[in-house]
Design a protein around this ligand. Structure first.
Ligand SMILES: NC(=O)c1ccc[n+]([C@@H]2O[C@H](COP(=O)([O-])OP(=O)(O)OC[C@H]3O[C@@H](n4cnc5c(N)ncnc54)[C@H](O)[C@@H]3O)[C@@H](O)[C@H]2O)c1
Length: 417
């Protein structure tokens, strides 16, 4: 097998972005995936995805509306799970058990239990499991990680990670405001808890809470700018959605290294507009620009400030993967591109990494475990508020602490009520 024949499962808003990324991967010259099929329980979305694949690749994909049929097809070796998060385990578990490799969008599962079920299925099926986490693939994040790895800051003792801002509109889809469907505090928060573990290593203790800042979400007045797959559905959304899940997560993390991370993600707040990602050590501090904007990382050392590419003079061994260099250029750590190609390039990198693990027998960069710990770091904040104390990552992963998540697991049939 030179390329992995793959079925996209879930052809909504993000499914369409994945199709663009598969095209980006193919055009890189070292593509290692054949997008041969699309599956969506909503026939209209399946048809939209198929039309897009035919437009971009010049060939008709297989089209399924039933997962069982997709998994039974002998040509399908892998699935890309891009359904809304509360269905990830319902797709990934049977796929992995059937021996199909799975790339699963973040959050890997809607709870730690759902993540565990997916990881166990991968073991049983002997298949590769990767979490589709795209933000860490951004060249500025690669540079920031390299600065830390090379000890330019000394041992980091503190990371500040704060992203605040929004309003009371529905964030993309109504499910992003419902507790049993993966509210935005989790859905967006996991991107940042993955960045934290990418920069700072493993989590140890978690103290925090979740908030519903906006209890009622309104359908936006304007949605013509949205992707077709989102736009059509927006017309069908209710005028108002009562939020049952957190739109915000706030936490203090103690990492295994001994460093502390101050974290807040607030997907609301009409006057709030803050983004801050910085890491502090005795010798220096780095200020990262956020994701998908191509702005420079700033490194401040004693009496010296370097930006973006200037930092490479201190990192003679800095190297990005071949696929990253093909898509962004060698040593390109600052770029000026529109959002769609940036988005597609990041995902093409994660897809290439997934397929390389299948073809070459290695492990994907973000496996099931890291997908799960990113989820546990957000739920840990919510669990800590219920428990009235700090909780440990160990307690989260062993299931010793799960009161907050139990309600979701019961609703989804992951535990008996
Ligand atoms: N990495 C990123 O930057 C990023 C950005 C947006 C969304 N996402 C993730 O992508 C996933 C999908 O988000 P979205 O915005 O596209 O959601 P969406 O609601 O727009 O689309 C979900 C699609 O999945 C389909 N679906 C649901 N259950 C299914 C099943 N059992 N089998 C087949 N199809 C099924 C739905 O019909 C729908 O078409 C989520 O996990 C989300 O967190 C990631």
């Amino acid at each position: 097998m030179e390329k992995v024949p793959l079925c996209l499962v879930g052809s909504g808003g993000m499914g369409h972005r994945h199709i663009l990324a598969y095209k980006e991967l193919e055009d890189s010259g070292i593509g290692n995936i054949d997008l041969i099929a699309v599956c969506d329980v909503n026939p209209a979305n399946a048809a939209l995805g198929a039309r897009e694949i035919e437009r971009l690749f010049g060939r008709k994909p297989l089209v399924f509306t039933d997962l069982e049929d997709a998994l039974a097809h002998p040509d399908v070796a892998a699935v890309d799970v891009v359904t809304d998060p509360s269905f990830h385990h319902t797709v990934a578990v049977p796929a992995l058990e059937a021996g199909k490799h799975a790339l699963v969008e973040k959050p890997l599962g809607i709870t730690v239990r759902a993540c565990q079920a997916i990881i166990s299925a991968a073991k049983r099926g002997g298949a590769v499991l990767a979490t589709a986490e795209n933000l860490r693939r951004d060249p500025p994040n690669r540079l920031a990680r390299s600065i830390i790895d090379h000890g330019l800051l000394g041992d980091p003792y503190l990371m500040l990670h704060n992203a605040l801002g929004g309003n009371d509109e529905i964030i993309i889809t109504p499910w992003r405001h419902l507790k049993e469907r993966a509210a935005i505090g989790l859905d967006m928060g996991v991107h940042y808890t993955d960045i934290i573990q990418y920069y700072m290593g493993e989590y140890d203790q978690i103290f925090g809470l979740g908030l519903i800042v906006e209890p009622v979400r309104r359908r936006p007045a304007e949605f013509d700018h949205m992707l077709e797959s989102y736009r059509e559905r927006f017309k069908t959304f209710p005028a108002e959605v009562e939020a049952t899940g957190e739109d915000s997560a706030i936490a203090l993390y103690r990492m295994k290294s001994g460093a502390t991370v101050q974290f807040s993600y607030v997907g609301a707040g009409k006057g709030s507009r803050t983004f801050e990602r910085s890491v502090h050590g005795k010798r220096g501090a780095l200020y990262a620009p956020g994701d998908r904007n191509g702005n420079p990382v700033v490194l401040r050392l004693d009496g010296r400030e370097l930006k973006g590419g200037e930092i490479l003079e201190l990192l003679p061994d800095f190297q990005m993967t071949e696929i990253t260099e093909r898509l962004f250029g060698k040593d390109v750590v600052v770029y000026d591109l529109p959002f769609p190609p940036i988005d597609a390039k990041h995902m093409a990198i994660e897809m290439h990494d997934f397929a390389a693990a299948i073809l070459d027998g290695g492990a994907p960069e973000v496996d099931g475990y890291l997908g799960m710990t990113a989820v546990a770091a957000i739920h840990g904040a919510y669990e800590s508020a219920v428990a009235g104390r700090a909780v440990t990552m160990e307690e989260m992963l062993s299931g010793e602490v799960s009161a907050y998540q139990d309600e979701i697991d019961e609703a989804l049939g992951l535990i008996d009520s």
